[in-house]
Ligand binder design. Structure first.
Ligand code: ATP
Ligand code: MG
Length: 459
């Protein structure tokens, strides 16, 4: 994984190297030569201007010309045809020229040592210009002092620094944009999520920290989207579950208002109204239970009690239902002492045994057994009823999921969702093995002692 840290360091090094290379190219091959050329041209121009002014009548002007501060780093030497030297302007080191070179200038040729290879030792730059005054030949030599050459080197260095700075800024700004772009994209997406739109995915190509962050962000929005869909489905299911009993209550009450309904029918209609009202009240208490189990503040009231006795008690409470269907109940309950929230666990056995009876035809068999292994117990509730197809098994623990949607077997589809939540609050597990038309086995595994170091509400 290439981290942002590595990327930043690498891009910094590359930026510096590139700017140095570009700078070296620019200054070595362009600026240095140009600067020397410019210096030479300046010196020639200076000489020409000086020659124009030089003369008996303009000597004052020429003197003023040389007193200008631009010439403080230059020496002006005039040599006549008799090789008489006259120094004007600032004195400097002796001019490195041979008498032959003086003669050449006196003969009308210009002289310059600017393009010559000057060797290791820095030599002053010299230009020589011929001119005539009152019919006599003169040679004007202008020499730049080392300070002047130093200032040329300084100019080169300044250009180098400015180039490094400019190239560095441009390259680094570009690299930063590349690094910052995905962060900006992520930030925009977060804003959208903050406004309640969860169906957002951000593309990412890198494997660095931002790539990882984007991957996690996408995972988060996917989950949020799933929760939002579940919430909407939940509301739709609740409305549907409330709506259907209310419709039948409304219908039968309207019929009862007509006097034409016989006494027998009246009793039948009233019984239906009573049943549907009970269903509504059960639904609302189940919804409340589900909400309270979901709440973060759900805590368990733990107590030591006999599990086998609790199950026996639940079976006895459901006697009217299993005797009505002539279902045989086979109990294999060893003496087990456990610590749990007694009321909540009672709800678990009630839901599972009710289902076993509800989804087993008449004359069926329901077996309930407890198996202890080390610090855990398995409670198995086995029936030889209608069974659950494999494709339905993964959904039956979800709220409102019913295999038989036709409502022939009435229920709200909340029993197993509540059961699973209670089991998980006890740090246990529930699983189902089932074959259609052959029966089902629900196995609940629970710790005998709840681990007190963990938070009770952790699910
Ligand atoms: N022992 C079982 N045999 C066959 N199917 C079962 C069994 N237990 C549960 N199911 C299937 O799983 C679905 C969900 O069960 P759950 O207990 O959550 O809801 P319900 O029994 O329909 O309604 P509720 O328990 O809320 O009154 C049931 O509708 C049923 O289709
Ligand atoms: Mg049920």
């Amino acid at each position: 994984m290439k981290s942002i840290y590595v990327k930043l360091v690498l891009s910094f090094i590359i930026t510096i190297l590139l700017s140095v290379v570009i700078t070296v190219v620019v200054t070595t091959f362009l600026s240095k030569q140009k600067l020397e050329m410019r210096l030479g041209q300046d010196m020639v121009k200076m000489g020409e201007d000086f020659i124009d002014l030089y003369g008996a009548e303009d000597s004052d002007k020429a003197a003023r010309f040389l007193s200008n501060s631009s010439f403080i780093h230059f020496s002006f030497i005039i040599i006549d045809d008799q090789h008489e030297e006259k120094l004007l302007g600032q004195p400097g080191p002796p001019i490195p020229i041979t008498p032959q070179e003086v003669d050449q200038v006196l003969d009308g040729k210009r002289y310059s040592n600017l393009n010559e290879e000057k060797g290791d030792r820095p030599q002053p730059n010299v230009v020589g210009l011929p001119f005539k005054e009152n019919g006599r030949s003169y040679a004007l030599f202008i020499q730049s002092h080392p300070q002047r050459q130093f200032s040329v080197i300084q100019d080169v260095q300044n250009i180098q620094l400015i180039t490094i700075l400019l190239v560095g800024i441009v390259l680094f700004a570009y690299v930063s944009t590349i690094i910052i772009k995905p962060i900006k994209r992520l930030s925009t997406a977060m804003k959208v999520v903050g406004q309640g739109e969860y169906n957002v995915q951000v593309e990412y190509a890198t494997n660095d920290e931002i790539g990882l962050l984007t991957k996690n962000f996408n995972q988060m929005t996917k989950e949020l989207n799933k929760i939002e869909t579940m919430r909407q489905e939940f509301i739709a299911s609740v409305s549907h579950e409330i709506q259907s009993p209310l419709t039948s209550i409304r219908g039968f009450s309207a019929a009862l208002k007509d006097d034409i309904v016989s006494e027998d029918k009246k009793i039948q209609y009233l019984t239906i109204i009573e049943k549907e009202s009970t269903r509504l009240s059960q639904l609302s208490s189940n919804l409340l239970k589900l909400a309270s189990l979901d709440s973060e503040h759900q805590t368990l009231t733990l107590q030591q009690y006999r599990l086998d006795e609790q199950i026996r008690h639940v079976v006895m409470a459901l006697e009217p239902q299993w005797t009505k269907k002539n279902i045989e109940i086979d109990l294999d309950l060893s003496n087990v002492q456990m610590e749990a929230d007694k009321d909540l666990l009672e709800q678990v056995w009630l839901n599972l045994v009710t289902n076993a009876i509800k989804y087993t035809p008449e004359n069926g068999l329901v077996k309930i057994s407890i198996h202890q292994k080390n610090e855990e117990i398995d409670v198995k509730i086995k029936d030889n009823g209608i069974g659950i197809a494999e494709e339905d098994q993964k959904y039956i623990f979800e709220s409102f999921y019913k295999v038989d949607k036709s409502r022939t077997l009435k229920g709200s589809g909340l029993g197993l969702a509540i059961t699973k939540k209670i089991v998980r609050l006890h740090e246990g597990a529930i699983r189902v093995e089932s074959k259609k038309e052959q029966g089902s086995i629900f196995t609940v595994t629970l710790p005998i002692q709840k681990n007190r170091t963990k938070k009770d509400s952790s699910v």
